[in-house]
Ligand binder design. Sequence first.
Ligand code: GLU
Length: 485
Amino acid sequence: MAEKIRTRYAPSPTGKMHVGNLRSALYEFLIAKHDGGVFMLRIEDTDQERFVEGATDIIYRTLEATGLKHDEGPDKDGGYGPYVQSERMKTGIYMKYAKELVEKGEAYYCFCDKERLATLKTEIVEGKEISIYDKHCLSLTKEDVEKNLAEGKPYVIRQNIPNEGTTTFHDELYGDITVENAELDDMILIKSDGFPTYNFANVVDDHTMNITHVVRGNEYLSSSPKYVRLYNAFGWEVPVYIHLPLITDENHKKLSKRSGHSSFEDLLEQGFVTEAIVNYVALLGWSPEDNNEIFSLDELIEKFDYHRISKSPAVFDIVKLKWMNGEYIKAMDFDKFYETALPYLKKALKKDYDLKKIAKMVQTRIEVFPDIAGLVDFLDELPDYDIEMFTHKKMKTNAETSLAVLNEVLPILEAQENYSNDALYAVLLKYVEDKGYKNGYVMWPIRTAVSGKQMTPGGATEIMELLGKDESLKRIRKGIEKLSG
Ligand code: GLU
């Protein structure tokens, strides 16, 4: 039997949960769950300078909220711990394996100081200037090394990559990739503070934690040959590598903080629903066989096939996410919708209304919760509208017909005591029938007069019910006044 799939989400606690991180976590989760495997959480905190207080809490919170429940992690021992790299370091695991590489001649101690390193040749790799180490310390004898160590000289341990030959590795999306060894830098495995680099720790951990599939952003693609060389040096099996395409903004630039919606937290603050975000993020680079786009997490688990991930950059399309969010809001259980909408309604409306009724009216008409304000603001205060709005081609209305209709319905509405939607509708319908008019010919001018808006979350009588008799009449009179010019 094939071994059980084990994937890991391996975030560095450096801040908010970026959309790209969420996508990696989601894909790792889906690959494991699709096959009844194990999804593990590992905290990669070896870069102490980038550590941000509270960032680990964000990771836990987000996994919990999105339903990406990990089977193993710092809080759930599965026998592969510790699950935090700084704690793993204390067990001596990285140093042990680094020394093994030194023994094999695949790594070496380097004692070069800052001044010497500053004189090295530099190269621009992926926009970053890096210095190419010249293997100076590779020529140190065992005795030199021991003497330096005994003197307590600061050191790092570097990977020893020959200048000849090539290294080939396989990525599930990119296929076989072969690079010239001469292009690979002797990267640092153990830093002078004793911590391993990501470059070393990811290999040691993925192997010792029995990880079968590694999903990560393609910024790691160029370093992967070095990782594969480490696996080979140890004689370990290389996991399945899946490097995900870049996520760009609408302008095809790397999605960054400046776009305003690059993190899960940003999106929540902007009124997006967690399920819609997860659904949308799943489609950033992956597509199912059919044309369906709306998937619950369980459906994603069933459908997800990593062979269908695309290599082309995925555009984060906020318009599409908004549409998707609207679909989730429409499908929401009303009580849950009401609970979420309430703070937005309370913020948008100062006067007293039946907020439940308003919530029912807006549920099918918003894409994100902050849309509520713009839909209901006319209730507190009639906006200053243009009489052009009384003209509607299909309803066959204009300023003149509207003035006539409003003048006729005013006494009817003045005499009416019951301002419930149903009662109002019944009286107005009777008027429409008596006159032989079309519905819209009458309702359009009334709705315009009571709302001052082109689009409203409800019809004329629903709005009047919310406003009550006094305010409704005031607005109808105002309409007549405007139209009488
Ligand atoms: N700690 C790395 C990061 O947050 C993880 C990369 C990986 O998944 O291997 O970018």
